[in-house]
Design a protein around this ligand. Structure first.
Ligand SMILES: C[S@@+](CC[C@H](N)C(=O)[O-])C[C@H]1O[C@@H](n2cnc3c(N)ncnc32)[C@H](O)[C@@H]1O
Length: 186
C-alpha cells in the first residue's frame, strides 16, 4: 500500500521481502517510531536506537497505544549497537533529522560510517543493512559522499550493494541503499 512517501514505502516493501517473523532486527534511527513500528509487525524483536529522549518518548507512546511489546528502545548512539546485542539479521537507517524536530540533531557521516563498520562483520549471510539517504541538506550531501566512498572499497563478492533512486525527479529526492551480505568475510 503506497502512503506518505514513495521512497519510504519502497524501503518498507524491501524490508517485508527480506525479514521474517523469526528475525531480530535493529532500527538504528528510531525518530518518531514509524519504522520501528513497521519492523515490529514483521519481525520477532526490534531493538531501536536514538540519541534523543524525545524519540524514545514519542515511540514509547505509540507502542503503548498500539499494544506492541516486541520492541526495546535504547537511548544511545547506533555506533554502540554491538554493546546491546550480538545477533541481528538486519539494521535499518533512516538518515538525517526528524522532519518536525530539531534540525541540528542530524546523523553525521563519521558516526554513520563507524556504525556501518561495526555492523557489517556481525551480519549473518543473508543479513543486510538498509539506508535511506537524504541529500537535500548539507550534512546529508557529505554523508552520501562518505557512504559512497566507503562502499566503493568494500569486497563486492561478500557484499552486494544495491541503489534504488529516482533519477528523473527534481529537488534531491532521498534514495535507498541495500547492502546484502552474501558470503563470509575472508
Ligand atoms: C530521519 S530521523 C528517523 C526517522 C524515523 N525512522 C521515523 O520513522 O520516524 C533520524 C533520527 O536519527 C537520530 N540520530 C542521529 N544521530 C544518531 C546516532 N548517532 N545514533 C542513533 N540515532 C541517531 C536522530 O535523533 C533522529 O531522530
Amino acid at each position: 500500500m503506497m502512503k506518505k512517501n514513495f521512497i519510504l514505502d519502497y524501503a518498507h516493501l524491501l524490508l517485508k521481502e527480506y525479514i521474517t517473523s523469526n528475525d531480530i532486527v535493529v532500527d538504528a534511527t528510531m525518530g518518531n517510531g514509524y519504522d520501528t513500528i513497521f519492523l515490529a509487525g514483521i519481525s520477532r524483536k526490534v531493538y531501536a536506537f536514538d540519541i534523543q529522549e524525545k524519540a524514545i518518548e514519542e515511540t514509547a507512546k505509540k507502542l503503548n497505544e498500539q499494544n506492541i511489546s516486541n520492541v526495546e528502545l535504547i537511548l544511545d548512539t547506533h555506533e554502540r549497537i554491538n554493546n546491546y546485542l550480538n545477533l541481528y539479521k538486519a539494521v535499518v537507517f533512516n538518515l538525517g533529522y526528524l522532519p518536525n524536530g530539531d534540525k541540528t540533531i542530524t546523523t553525521h557521516s563519521e558516526s554513520t560510517i563507524l556504525a556501518i563498520t561495526s555492523i557489517l562483520p556481525k551480519l549473518p549471510i543473508g543479513g543486510f543493512i538498509q539506508l535511506v539517504i537524504y541529500t537535500g541538506h548539507e550534512e546529508g550531501k557529505k554523508e552520501s559522499k562518505s557512504i559512497d566512498q566507503y562502499f566503493n572499497h568494500l569486497d563486492s563478492d561478500t557484499y552486494k550493494v544495491m541503489k534504488i533512486e529516482l533519477p528523473f525527479q527534481d529537488n534531491n529526492p532521498p534514495y535507498i541503499l541495500m547492502i546484502h551480505k552474501v558470503k563470509d568475510e575472508s
